[in-house]
Design a protein around this ligand. Structure first.
Ligand code: SF4
Length: 375
């Protein structure tokens, strides 16, 4: 099932309106983080390392609505933390559906079956289930044996009930392209609407700093994975962003395209870095020194970054910036198979042994919060 036409039209007409208004820095997706606590402790995550008093905080539904209204983006992604642990996540979703925002509720799905009755299927709501590969790879990435099976079971239940479901996958160094391609087959066989992909980003706070990819390795890995593409694979991403990951295109980062709002306020400059906070979206846009960010800025924190939250908005912007960009998008969507013999050979290259990711101790704090939320 492809992305609904109404969503494509909403996004396309929104971007065209921004262009006609001459707005250069416009938001495409609001990254709304209503909490940081989580029921997993993934080695590549920088979000759950905050002290207990921060992990206890939640954004209220009203704070979420104010941020969404202020920002005006047509899509809202709700990551975290684990949003299903938010005590009022149903109210937040209901309010955003009423505002006709296309919501991607990003979840590890451990609580999805338990909480699914809180939600009603809607074209505006998609569960974006975090799955980092096939069973073994996913369980290793999230440091939780059995995590894959629970998530897949929840995906089946959500699909059975008529919800829109996508997967979101973060790939780190050592990912096996052959296994990732087999994972795509598994997900499409399950019946998900589409798949989202991103290379991991080296968070200062993440416990495992060894497995983040440099740009050249990122391009090589995505070339192996995404060349010689199967027709059955559906991606919930701009096709030009996928070409960017494969090294076929270069874009500057547009961090304002996916601004982040969380318990600290509007995060400068992006979802990944924390160079201060603004009190309003307007202040974020007007006071962030955007020229200091992106790979071309020379900022070492941006040197290896190719993540979805920095560059997908760049790719969407390219689609609507010229006839060439528009035609490239049409061609990539409808006609390109990305045949590449060398990429096929890369699939058979021996894989470097993967060091196990670092398991961080699940703290009493995390399990205590899980109990609190379930109570
Ligand atoms: S390059 Fe990456 S880390 Fe730097 S501003 Fe863009 S998204 Fe953020």
């Amino acid at each position: 099932m492809p992305v609904p036409v109404s969503q494509m039209w909403t996004v396309a007409s929104y971007v065209i309106r921004q262009k006609l208004a001459g707005r250069k820095q416009y938001p495409l997706v609001l990254m709304l983080e209503p909490l940081f606590r989580c029921n997993l402790a993934c080695a590549g995550c920088g979000k759950i390392q905050y002290p207990a008093h921060i992990l206890k905080k939640d954004l209220s539904p009203e704070e979420c609505f104010r941020a969404v209204d202020e920002c005006g983006a047509p899509m809202v992604s709700i990551p975290g933390g684990e949003p299903l642990m938010h005590p009022e996540i149903d109210k937040i979703v209901e309010g955003l559906v009423a505002r006709k925002k296309y919501i991607y509720l990003c979840t590890n799905a451990l609580l999805l079956k338990e909480k699914i009755d809180l939600f009603k299927p809607s074209k505006y709501l998609t569960f974006s289930v975090h799955l980092d590969g096939q069973r073994e790879e996913h369980d290793l990435a999230v440091c939780r044996e059995g995590g894959y099976d629970i998530a897949v079971d929840a995906v089946k239940e959500a699909l059975k009930r008529g919800f829109r479901v996508t997967t979101n996958t973060t790939l780190f160094d050592g990912a096996n392209p052959k296994s990732v391609r087999a994972f795509f087959d598994e997900m499409m066989d399950l019946g998900v609407e589409g798949m989202m992909l991103s290379p991991g980003y080296s968070y200062d706070k993440a416990p495992d700093q060894k497995h983040f990819l440099g740009r050249a390795r990122t391009r090589r890995m995505f070339r192996a994975i995404l060349s010689n593409r199967k027709k059955s694979w559906q991606f919930n991403l701009s096709p030009l962003f996928l070409e960017f990951l494969m090294g076929k295109r270069t874009y500057p980062c547009t961090p304002w395209g996916m601004p982040t709002y969380n318990v600290f306020g509007w995060q400068k400059p992006c979802y990944l870095l924390q160079d201060g906070y603004a009190e309003s979206f307007k202040e974020l846009i007007e006071t962030t020194e955007w020229q200091n960010y992106g790979t071309e800025s020379g900022n070492p924190a941006c040197a290896n970054c190719m993540v979805h939250s920095g560059y997908e908005a760049s790719a969407v912007n390219a689609t609507f910036s010229s006839l060439e960009g528009f035609l490239a998008t049409v061609k990539a969507t409808l006609f390109t198979k990305y045949e590449d013999e060398q990429a096929l050979r890369m699939l058979d290259e021996p894989q470097a042994p993967v060091n196990p990711l670092i398991q961080i101790e699940p703290t009493q704090r995390t399990s205590h919060h899980l109990q609190e939320t379930r109570a």
